[in-house]
Design a protein around this ligand. Structure first.
Ligand code: MG
Ligand code: ZN
Length: 391
């Protein structure tokens, strides 16, 4: 794969903690040769004279900007989970179609091993915070999220998940609470937002009448009519807290929800921000249940395909697929090409610190090649959408 000019340039540099550019000795000669190209020299100068954020800003200006962002998060989805799903898939995974891929460092503000709350807040608000934090920084104070910024800029917004909407990953986009366990307080925070589309579980935590008074259409069930459309709605998967496993009959809920959300949000000519979570890949990992993990990853890939197909037609949509962390320390210790089987081994029932991949497609996707901190994703998205960050 041939990287765009500035990515080739970026690959020559390392950022230290103070975000000052340093040139590794080994690559100095070829870098200098590279810099003889006038446009590269210009970019290099702009990078060297600004701090990292400023330098990144200069890069953002040069790129084609997307109108819409679809961020898909496979909770607990590391390379082993993807490799396993790919081995069991009937054909190629949609993920296999992406050509721009990077690696994300997942550590949180207080632990090498992140949890999903800190992991989600890194993506939603661009801060390294403590494990358990929902949309707040190390000091427990609220940090503005990209979803809130999108709302402030009149973009449409949506959240889709296969868990309760109050669970760590979706919650970190609309709530500001010091602990992920505060489901009722987290749910309460949604009334102050203006999210257009919310699809997932968690109905018991919400005041349905209040939602209706705010103008939301609220539907509940496991056989939602995906053709119906309203400008703003909550679709709850039954009355339970979490939708069931795919293996227990969740069906095409995730892909249908993703398609429905995209159709609704795309009616806004100013653009939209949509976060879709494959929530239960993580739970398969915690349970050390390989089949659970694989089926959830395959199901998540269908939602990825829905986003990818839309973006391909649309041309103004950036699709990002990543994970907050890996779960289970999954190893693939053998397998059969003939029988499509794998001998898995889990090394833990918790999360691990291994980097996770990020896949990018669409305008601005070039920014996501290479190795980066999780918070950099937020910075890039803000840059591409023209949002000024407060922190
Ligand atoms: Mg999650
Ligand atoms: Zn987890």
């Amino acid at each position: 794969m041939r990287l765009p000019i500035y990515e080739r340039l970026f690959s020559q540099f390392h950022f230290n903690k103070k975000t000052i550019l340093t040139l590794p000795k080994k690559t100095a000669y070829c870098s200098m040769k590279f810099l003889k190209q006038p446009c590269c020299l210009l970019i290099a100068i702009s990078l060297l004279f600004m701090n990292c954020k400023g330098g990144t800003k200069a890069i953002h200006k040069k790129l084609k900007h997307p109108l819409n962002i679809i961020l898909l998060i496979g909770d607990g989805m590391g390379l082993a989970q993807i490799s396993a799903a790919s081995h069991y898939a009937a054909g190629d995974l949609c993920l296999d179609l992406f050509t721009i891929i990077g690696l994300i460092k997942t550590a949180s503000g207080d632990d090498y091993i992140t949890d999903s709350a800190a992991g989600a807040t890194a993506y939603s608000a661009g801060v390294h915070t403590y494990n358990g934090a929902i949309g707040v920084g190390m000091d427990s104070l609220p940090v503005q999220t990209i979803l809130e910024m999108a709302e402030a800029h009149a973009l449409s917004t949506g959240l889709v998940a296969t868990c309760s909407i109050t669970h760590a990953t979706p919650a970190s986009y609309f709530a500001h609470q010091k602990s992920r366990s505060m489901d009722l307080e987290i749910a309460n925070d949604i009334y102050n937002q203006n999210i257009d589309v919310v699809i997932g579980g968690g109905k018991p935590y919400f005041d349905i009448e209040r939602l209706q008074k705010l103008g939301y259409h609220v539907a509940t069930g496991n056989a939602i009519d995906w053709k119906m459309d309203y400008p703003q709605y909550f679709y709850f998967y039954n009355d339970s807290i979490h939708p069931p496993k795919w293996l227990d009959g969740r069906g095409d809920f995730l892909v249908n929800a993703t398609n429905r959300a995209i159709k609704t949000l795309n009616q806004n000519k100013k653009g939209f921000f949509l976060m879709v979570e494959g929530s239960q890949i993580d739970w398969g990992g915690h349970n050390n249940d390989f089949n659970y993990t694989v089926q959830e990853t395959l199901d998540f890939d269908k939602a990825v395909r829905a986003a990818y197909e839309f973006a391909k037609k649309d041309g103004n949509t950036l699709v990002l697929v990543t994970a907050d962390h890996e779960t289970g320390g999954l190893a693939l210790n053998g397998g059969s090409l003939k029988d499509h089987t794998i001998q898995p081994a889990y090394t833990t029932g918790h999360h691990t610190g291994i980097m996770v991949p990020i896949y990018a497609y669409g305008p601005g996707s070039e920014l996501f090649a290479g190795t980066m901190e999780n918070i950099r994703v937020f910075e890039h998205l803000c840059g591409l959408l023209g949002f000024e960050t407060k922190h």
